[in-house]
Design a protein around this ligand. Sequence first.
Ligand code: SF4
Length: 147
Amino acid sequence: MAYLSKSPWILHYDASSCNGCDIEILACLTPRYDVERFGIINTGNPKHADILVITGGVNEQNRSVIQNLYDQMPHPKVVVGVGICACTGGIFKECYNIAGGVGEILPVDVWVPGCAARPEQIIDGIVKALGILEQKRADMSRAEAGA
Ligand code: SF4
């Protein structure tokens, strides 16, 4: 079966961020940065999402939530960690309840460091994620065709 190319939909999850990176993600949706020009839509439903964008680090309370969201997304899917907290735990890394970055539990495809990550960096990361998503779609189509 050939996978239909469609506009990439994003699911944004705030794991345990200070909200700084989340504000910058919201800025990407405003007319100034306007990520919809790439056909990107922000959705609240993991079953409709292709790209999981996570801010903040992993802790014992959100570990199962992150895994659950990821599992509900259809294949192929891409994970983008935004902000140094998502990359490594950041300034909260030494806190008793922080296990580390998102890579502790999910295969992260694109890292966007920064504190806070700037909208230009986030958009750059999303554009990279689009390329990886297309590659994964092509790989799945080839695998199912037996090539
Ligand atoms: S990277 Fe900085 S701005 Fe982003 S969630 Fe962590 S502390 Fe906040």
